[in-house]
Write a protein that binds this ligand. Structure first.
Ligand code: RTP
Ligand code: MG
Length: 138
Protein backbone atom coordinates (compact mmCIF):
# COMPACT_ATOMS: atom_id res chain seq x y z
CA UNK A 1 0.00 0.00 0.00
CA UNK A 2 1.30 3.41 -0.96
CA UNK A 3 1.07 6.31 1.47
CA UNK A 4 0.28 9.07 -1.02
CA UNK A 5 -2.83 10.44 -2.66
CA UNK A 6 -3.59 13.29 -5.04
CA UNK A 7 -6.21 16.00 -4.60
CA UNK A 8 -7.60 19.06 -6.34
CA UNK A 9 -9.61 21.86 -4.78
CA UNK A 10 -12.12 22.35 -7.59
CA UNK A 11 -13.21 25.69 -9.17
CA UNK A 12 -16.45 25.95 -7.13
CA UNK A 13 -14.61 25.79 -3.79
CA UNK A 14 -11.93 28.19 -5.06
CA UNK A 15 -14.57 30.73 -6.19
CA UNK A 16 -16.54 30.35 -2.96
CA UNK A 17 -13.46 31.13 -0.85
CA UNK A 18 -13.15 27.71 0.80
CA UNK A 19 -9.55 26.86 -0.17
CA UNK A 20 -8.05 27.90 3.17
CA UNK A 21 -10.63 26.05 5.25
CA UNK A 22 -10.27 22.91 3.11
CA UNK A 23 -6.47 22.89 3.39
CA UNK A 24 -6.80 23.43 7.15
CA UNK A 25 -9.07 20.37 7.46
CA UNK A 26 -6.70 18.27 5.34
CA UNK A 27 -3.66 19.18 7.42
CA UNK A 28 -5.51 18.76 10.74
CA UNK A 29 -6.59 15.29 9.55
CA UNK A 30 -2.91 14.33 9.50
CA UNK A 31 -1.98 14.67 5.84
CA UNK A 32 1.44 16.09 4.99
CA UNK A 33 1.74 18.27 1.87
CA UNK A 34 4.27 16.72 -0.52
CA UNK A 35 3.59 19.17 -3.38
CA UNK A 36 1.06 21.97 -3.93
CA UNK A 37 0.24 24.59 -6.55
CA UNK A 38 -2.52 26.81 -7.88
CA UNK A 39 -3.11 26.30 -11.60
CA UNK A 40 -5.84 26.31 -14.24
CA UNK A 41 -6.75 23.40 -16.50
CA UNK A 42 -7.49 24.01 -20.16
CA UNK A 43 -10.54 22.09 -21.44
CA UNK A 44 -8.11 19.79 -23.23
CA UNK A 45 -6.13 19.05 -20.06
CA UNK A 46 -9.29 18.57 -17.98
CA UNK A 47 -10.56 16.12 -20.61
CA UNK A 48 -7.29 14.23 -20.45
CA UNK A 49 -7.33 14.10 -16.64
CA UNK A 50 -10.91 12.72 -16.56
CA UNK A 51 -10.54 10.53 -19.68
CA UNK A 52 -11.78 7.47 -17.72
CA UNK A 53 -15.20 9.17 -17.61
CA UNK A 54 -15.31 9.89 -21.36
CA UNK A 55 -18.39 7.72 -21.98
CA UNK A 56 -20.33 9.01 -18.95
CA UNK A 57 -23.24 11.41 -19.56
CA UNK A 58 -21.69 14.08 -17.31
CA UNK A 59 -18.28 14.13 -19.04
CA UNK A 60 -18.86 17.32 -21.06
CA UNK A 61 -20.17 19.19 -18.03
CA UNK A 62 -17.31 17.91 -15.90
CA UNK A 63 -14.67 19.08 -18.39
CA UNK A 64 -16.34 22.48 -18.72
CA UNK A 65 -16.57 22.88 -14.94
CA UNK A 66 -13.01 21.74 -14.20
CA UNK A 67 -11.63 24.23 -16.74
CA UNK A 68 -13.87 27.10 -15.57
CA UNK A 69 -11.49 28.57 -13.01
CA UNK A 70 -8.32 28.10 -11.03
CA UNK A 71 -7.79 24.98 -8.92
CA UNK A 72 -5.28 23.94 -6.28
CA UNK A 73 -3.54 20.63 -7.01
CA UNK A 74 -1.67 18.77 -4.27
CA UNK A 75 0.03 15.49 -3.43
CA UNK A 76 -0.64 14.38 0.15
CA UNK A 77 1.05 11.82 2.40
CA UNK A 78 -0.37 9.78 5.28
CA UNK A 79 -0.70 6.11 6.19
CA UNK A 80 -3.58 4.66 4.14
CA UNK A 81 -3.75 7.98 2.24
CA UNK A 82 -6.15 7.08 -0.60
CA UNK A 83 -8.86 5.52 1.58
CA UNK A 84 -8.49 7.95 4.50
CA UNK A 85 -8.71 10.93 2.15
CA UNK A 86 -11.86 9.62 0.48
CA UNK A 87 -13.39 9.22 3.95
CA UNK A 88 -12.41 12.81 4.78
CA UNK A 89 -14.01 14.23 1.61
CA UNK A 90 -17.22 12.14 1.76
CA UNK A 91 -19.57 10.87 -0.95
CA UNK A 92 -19.49 12.29 -4.51
CA UNK A 93 -22.95 13.81 -3.94
CA UNK A 94 -22.73 16.26 -1.01
CA UNK A 95 -26.37 15.52 -0.15
CA UNK A 96 -25.26 11.95 0.62
CA UNK A 97 -21.95 12.86 2.29
CA UNK A 98 -21.50 12.29 6.04
CA UNK A 99 -21.63 15.22 8.45
CA UNK A 100 -18.28 16.92 8.88
CA UNK A 101 -16.85 15.76 5.56
CA UNK A 102 -15.31 18.31 3.18
CA UNK A 103 -17.98 17.79 0.53
CA UNK A 104 -20.81 18.05 3.08
CA UNK A 105 -19.35 21.32 4.34
CA UNK A 106 -18.15 22.95 1.14
CA UNK A 107 -19.53 21.31 -2.03
CA UNK A 108 -22.13 22.93 -4.26
CA UNK A 109 -23.69 19.90 -6.02
CA UNK A 110 -22.87 16.38 -7.25
CA UNK A 111 -21.05 17.86 -10.25
CA UNK A 112 -19.45 20.81 -8.46
CA UNK A 113 -18.26 18.98 -5.40
CA UNK A 114 -15.35 21.02 -4.03
CA UNK A 115 -12.58 18.43 -4.10
CA UNK A 116 -11.11 15.51 -5.99
CA UNK A 117 -9.50 12.51 -4.33
CA UNK A 118 -7.69 9.67 -6.12
CA UNK A 119 -9.53 6.34 -6.05
CA UNK A 120 -6.50 3.99 -6.01
CA UNK A 121 -2.77 3.96 -5.30
CA UNK A 122 -2.13 3.52 -9.01
CA UNK A 123 -4.27 6.51 -9.98
CA UNK A 124 -2.74 8.61 -7.18
CA UNK A 125 0.64 8.13 -8.82
CA UNK A 126 -0.61 8.83 -12.34
CA UNK A 127 -2.56 11.92 -11.23
CA UNK A 128 0.29 13.29 -9.09
CA UNK A 129 2.72 13.09 -11.98
CA UNK A 130 0.12 14.70 -14.29
CA UNK A 131 0.72 17.92 -12.31
CA UNK A 132 4.12 17.59 -10.62
CA UNK A 133 7.62 16.54 -11.66
CA UNK A 134 9.77 14.52 -9.28
CA UNK A 135 11.69 17.68 -8.39
CA UNK A 136 8.49 19.32 -7.08
CA UNK A 137 7.73 16.53 -4.59
CA UNK A 138 9.25 16.73 -1.11
P1 RTP B 1 -13.43 12.63 -7.95
O1 RTP B 1 -12.91 11.64 -8.95
O2 RTP B 1 -13.55 14.02 -8.49
O3 RTP B 1 -12.67 12.57 -6.65
O4 RTP B 1 -14.92 12.21 -7.53
P2 RTP B 1 -15.50 10.77 -7.22
O5 RTP B 1 -14.45 9.73 -7.33
O6 RTP B 1 -16.25 10.87 -5.93
O7 RTP B 1 -16.58 10.62 -8.38
P3 RTP B 1 -16.37 10.04 -9.88
O8 RTP B 1 -17.40 9.00 -10.08
O9 RTP B 1 -14.94 9.70 -10.11
O10 RTP B 1 -16.79 11.30 -10.75
C1 RTP B 1 -15.85 12.29 -11.06
C2 RTP B 1 -16.49 13.64 -10.94
O11 RTP B 1 -17.46 13.81 -11.96
C3 RTP B 1 -18.49 14.66 -11.50
N1 RTP B 1 -19.76 13.96 -11.52
N2 RTP B 1 -20.86 14.52 -11.92
N3 RTP B 1 -23.57 15.02 -12.63
C4 RTP B 1 -23.24 13.83 -12.12
O12 RTP B 1 -24.04 12.97 -11.91
C5 RTP B 1 -21.83 13.60 -11.78
N4 RTP B 1 -21.34 12.47 -11.34
C6 RTP B 1 -20.01 12.71 -11.15
C7 RTP B 1 -18.15 15.06 -10.08
O13 RTP B 1 -17.40 16.28 -10.13
C8 RTP B 1 -17.27 13.90 -9.67
O14 RTP B 1 -16.48 14.25 -8.56
MG1 MG C 1 -13.16 9.58 -9.03
Amino acid sequence: MSNRTFTMIKPDAMKNGHAGAILDKIIKAGFRVVALKQTKLSAEKAGEFYAVHKERPFYGELVEFMSSGVIIAAILEKDNAVADFRTLIGATDPAKADEGTIRKLFATSVGENAVHGSDSDENAKIEGSFFFSGLEQY
